[in-house]
Design a protein around this ligand. Structure first.
Ligand SMILES: NC(=O)c1ccc[n+]([C@@H]2O[C@H](COP(=O)([O-])OP(=O)(O)OC[C@H]3O[C@@H](n4cnc5c(N)ncnc54)[C@H](O)[C@@H]3O)[C@@H](O)[C@H]2O)c1
Length: 506
């Protein structure tokens, strides 16, 4: 039995509270709206969950302190727009050892943070930096969970033990929980699928049929996956429960408010009025601004998301938006980069016996922090075999003017202890990169996006060059500066990437 606090008494918070209480957990639900607490505790009914009687043992409180203090696990179940405020209100009563589970689905405008990133960011301001965060997401309509219909979901956390603990706490015969380490991918799916569901609803409202809905689901998934892969998420996440699973349910179910809102818009109801008529949060609309910014930042094509934006905020009639989508330039269903991989793959298969895809990355990997681990995990996800070319001490000093905390041997040992790094070899000079591509039969060359463009010349060697996004707010230079400052030692060289000639052919 776990002591659980649920922050948010909307449909999802209450449905989860009922399920967790019935499976023997001690559950306290908080809402920012005191009248909601009074009504729920007196009537034991939620207006949007007609088939459910809330168990007597589920406690309700208007005190966020009572909901947070002493709880092993806290569930953030408020709509995305209230998440930051709720995290700020909860922060004074939280401790580092509580597991924080987010079930809200969205992306914050301006910061472009996913929901767990919003919680992390807000708690950091209040001095809480290590509390484990989990995203719990999947095809889970509250209306069905509330009446005990079988449901599946994903518990996403970079710490597998924490993901498994949440799996154990939530799992029961009507609620099957899978784990997944790709938190960002799971959260991206949860936010962007709501926009695609709006599009599916708009098509229904226009009187289009199942063919159009199936097309929007499939092509919507293609653009969501394209964005996720560009952001460094796992491709498999998008074909999993949090991805295609949640998109199918949201774009087809009568319980989906995004779908319903879209249907009203397709029937000609103005967007604000459609949201008012739905009467509950329509997260697809909230997620639009951040999704459009991410699309721009990562340079991916997202025509369906753009069409929804044109209808909602650009004054374009739904029928005209569909016409635009249908008459776009002719395309191949398989993207050109994927075709390239298939092509290269075929050639490589003929050239060598193994069809293993090899990925290579370069770096100093000093202090091996979370940002590095994330980069390596994402690099490995791009292939089957990951080679790390580790700057030797001489190379660091002579060519990068860098001091390292750990020696080459120590850094090599650390890298070799990570289970997804397959080979560590030394980097002695910049020029070796070209020959490494051939010697190690490399398919994909990966660097952090602070090097964007600097290694494009390697495409000439027949490899794909990928720049992966850096983990926000983690910087080796900053960590080192802090360490040097703390030790009163002389800081390291200020050489930047721009000062380095990455491919001195001469
Ligand atoms: N309903 C579902 O089936 C479902 C399933 C999975 C995930 N989700 C996600 O969970 C989140 C919540 O969804 P929901 O269906 O419970 O929404 P909802 O519209 O039912 O929730 C409204 C609730 O938000 C809370 N609230 C209102 N004003 C607030 C404020 N100022 N500060 C803090 N809280 C306030 C109140 O408790 C209110 O009941 C959304 O992000 C949604 O995408 C919902």
């Amino acid at each position: 039995m776990a002591k659980i606090g649920i922050l948010g008494a909307g449909t999802w918070g209450v449905a989860l509270a009922g399920m967790l209480t019935k499976t023997g957990h001690d559950v306290t639900v908080w809402s920012a709206l005191p009248q909601e607490i009074t009504e729920l505790s007196e009537t034991r009914r939620h207006k949007n969950l007609p088939g459910m009687v809330i168990p007597e043992e589920t406690r309700f409180t208007a005190s966020i302190e009572e909901a947070c203090r002493g709880k092993e696990l806290l569930v953030f179940a408020v709509p995305s727009v209230y998440l930051r405020g709720t995290a700020a209100a909860a922060a004074p009563f939280l401790s580092e050892d509580q597991i924080l589970v987010d079930v809200a689905k969205g992306l914050e405008p301006d910061t472009l943070y996913t929901m767990t990133q919003v919680i992390r960011d807000e708690l950091r301001r209040h001095g809480i930096t290590r509390a484990p965060l989990v995203a719990l997401s999947g095809p889970t309509h509250a209306e069905e969970v509330a009446v005990g219909l079988p449901t599946t979901i994903v518990s996403a956390c970079t710490d597998a033990q924490v993901a498994e603990k949440v799996q154990r706490i939530f799992m029961n015969p009507i609620f099957r929980v899978y784990t997944n380490p790709d938190v960002e991918g799971v959260e991206l799916c949860g936010a962007v699928k709501n926009i695609i569901a709006l599009a599916a609803g708009i098509a229904t409202g226009l009187g289009y049929g199942d063919n159009a809905r199936a097309a929007l689901i499939t092509r919507g998934m293609a653009e969501l996956t394209r964005l996720g892969v560009a952001m460094g998420c796992y491709e498999q996440t998008f074909s999993g429960l949090a991805g295609v699973g949640d998109l199918i349910v949201t774009a087809t179910s009568r319980h989906s408010r995004n779908n319903r809102c879209g249907t009203l818009i397709g029937q000609g109801v103005p967007p604000e009025e459609a949201v008012r008529q739905v009467g509950m949060v329509v997260e697809g609309i909230n997620a639009l601004p951040a999704t459009l910014q991410l699309k721009k930042r990562y340079g991916v094509d997202m025509p369906i998301v753009e069409a929804v934006e044109a209808v909602l905020h650009g004054g374009v009639a739904p029928r005209d938006a569909v016409y635009e989508l249908m008459t776009r330039e002719r395309r191949n269903e398989i993207g050109s980069s994927e075709l390239m991989v298939v092509y290269e793959h075929t050639i490589l298969q003929n050239r060598r016996t193994s069809d293993m895809k090899r990925v290579i990355t370069y770096g100093t990997f000093d202090l091996l922090h979370y940002g590095h681990i994330n980069l390596l995990r994402r690099a490995k996800a791009l292939g089957d075999y990951l080679i790390v070319v580790l700057s030797s001490d001489e190379f660091n000093w002579n060519e990068k003017h860098k001091k390292t905390y750990f020696t080459y041997e120590q850094r090599k040992q650390l890298l070799e202890s990570i289970r997804y790094v397959d080979l560590v070899i030394p980097e002695e000079n910049w020029q070796q990169k070209r020959s490494d591509m051939h010697e190690y039969h490399v398919d994909t060359f990966v660097m952090g996006d602070d090097w964007r463009g600097k290694f494009d010349f390697l495409k000439e060697e027949g490899v794909e060059v990928v720049y992966l996004p850096r983990t926000p707010e983690i910087s080796s230079s900053q960590i080192k500066k802090d360490l040097y400052d703390a030790a009163g030692a002389e800081g390291e060289s200020q050489t930047t990437h721009d000062d380095i000639n990455t491919d001195p052919k001469e």
